[in-house]
Design a protein around this ligand. Structure first.
Ligand code: SF4
Length: 444
């Protein structure tokens, strides 16, 4: 029987990575060999992203590049940019063979032609699948190319409709994965040797199944025995986090890491964005986490250049961020997404002004990252080792990249309690939240 191979290229967030891993598992279960991108394959899958204008553009470029790299393959485009019918056909040439907008199918293999290598390439238009709001299950167990870390999808979609965000349109309303189904995949991933599970979703704070909420999900997973740790991905700020913070303070297996996307530190801009918390509520959560969880890494996302952001609003945002004990800040410029309310609003700062503001916040972010790393010198951290050249490196549970001497000779994918010895010089600003620590001593 002819060998069938599939290659994946994933853009965007952790949730997309989780989706790709689950689709890869389904393809593997149906007899496909999952190969690396660039290796010969009969089916290629682009899992696309549309969260910003740049992401959409990159997705389109990825499809064009994939068609050049794989002229004869059956090309599937799924994910958030898969509503763009231009992806079906380029300038006179067929690009994608199949567009699959969200939600992802339970089985990709079931939608493919019997013999994708020899089928006639006829573009299939997207069906208008309207995701329902109820819970969902996902068959299988995510298949990841690396062995250290796996994403665990617990939720999809969002019903908040922040005024700048296209995600609810391309991912549908919020819906939660069945708790038993989450625990089944978590157990299987741990049994397969993944040492870190990262909980992912579009808006995981809205997780609900009967009486279970996000804190319940975390606690149930933490009760699974095994050699692993649990990390919470980005989570919307809200009162639920008080219980999540308590879990971080009491379960050593729960990573000391909380990524709370603030988006802006000016109250008026925040309201215009349609965010569901005040600056006071956000600061309270950050302070609570910092006071209860020793050494916690607190991250955030900040957007500059939103309509109505004048110099005074930006300065208020800067001062607010400056005063918070944040360790990791992702900063980016607002880009209007057609179909969202804010895209039509006047008062956007000029591009050059937005970039100057972005630079100022990136400098602030770099300083905060260095301050956080320096605050950990002399302290112990539990590090999950990965392989790397020239030295072995790993990540601490509080999200520091820890570099060990090359002579350490430790196995990858193992945990070690390391003493942080110092901060590496020349931290790149783009990875300012992931400072490298060197000459770490360790005790096993
Ligand atoms: S919470 Fe707001 S920003 Fe986040 S996905 Fe939902 S609508 Fe978008």
């Amino acid at each position: 029987m002819e060998k069938k191979r599939v290659a994946f290229h994933t853009l965007g967030c952790r949730l997309n990575q989780a989706d790709s891993a689950l689709l890869a598992a389904d393809m593997s279960d149906h007899g496909y060999e999952v190969v690396g991108w660039g290796e010969p394959a009969e089916v290629v899958v682009i899992n696309s992203c549309a969260v910003t204008g740049v992401a959409s553009q990159k997705s389109r470029q990825a499809v064009t590049a994939a068609r050049k790299l794989y002229p004869d393959a059956y090309l599937v485009v799924c994910g958030c940019a898969a509503t763009d019918e231009q992806l079906l056909a380029g300038k006179g040439a067929l690009l994608a063979d199949l567009l699959l907008p969200n939600p992802k199918p339970k089985s990709l293999a079931a939608l493919l032609p019997e013999n994708p290598a020899h089928c006639e390439h006829i573009a299939v238009r997207p069906s208008s699948v309207v995701p329902h709001c109820e819970g969902f299950t996902i068959p299988g167990v995510g298949l990841y190319s690396e062995r250290t870390r796996a994403n665990l999808k617990v939720q999809d979609g969002c019903s908040f409709r922040c005024t700048y965000c296209i995600v609810p349109s391309v991912r549908g309303p919020a819906r939660s994965r069945d708790l038993e189904d989450i625990l089944r995949e978590a157990r299987a991933l741990i049994d397969r040797g993944y040492r870190e599970l990262v909980l992912t979703g579009v808006n995981v704070a809205t997780y609900r199944q009967d009486d279970a909420d996000l804190a319940t999900v975390l606690q149930k997973i933490l009760e699974i025995p095994g050699d692993y740790r649990l990390r919470l991905g980005s989570v919307e700020p809200g009162p639920l986090l008080d219980r999540v913070i308590d879990l971080m303070a009491s379960y050593p297996r729960m990573c000391r890491f909380l990524h709370l996307p603030l988006q802006n530190g000016d109250g008026d801009i925040l309201r215009r964005m349609g965010r569901r918390y005040t600056l006071e509520e956000y600061a309270r959560t950050v302070e609570l986490a910092a006071s209860k969880v020793e050494g916690i890494c607190l991250g955030t996302d900040i957007m500059v250049g939103f309509p109505g952001e004048d110099d005074a609003a930006f300065q208020r945002c800067y001062d607010y961020l400056d005063a918070l004990p944040l360790s990791l800040m992702h900063v980016f410029c607002y880009s209007p997404r057609p179909g969202t309310p804010a895209a039509t609003w006047p008062g956007r700062p000029a591009k050059a002004v937005s970039h100057v503001r972005e630079e100022r916040l990136l400098e602030l972010a770099a300083g905060k990252a260095r301050t956080f790393a320096a605050s950990q010198v002399g302290k112990m951290a539990r590090v999950l080792l990965e392989t790397g050249e020239p030295a072995i490196h790993g990540w601490s549970d509080n999200y520091l990249k820890v570099v060990l001497p090359p002579s350490a000779g430790l196995d990858p994918n193992t945990f070690h309690d390391c003493k942080i010895a110092g901060v590496l010089p020349g931290v790149e600003r783009e990875v300012a939240g992931q400072c490298s620590i060197h000459n770490s001593q360790f005790s096993i």
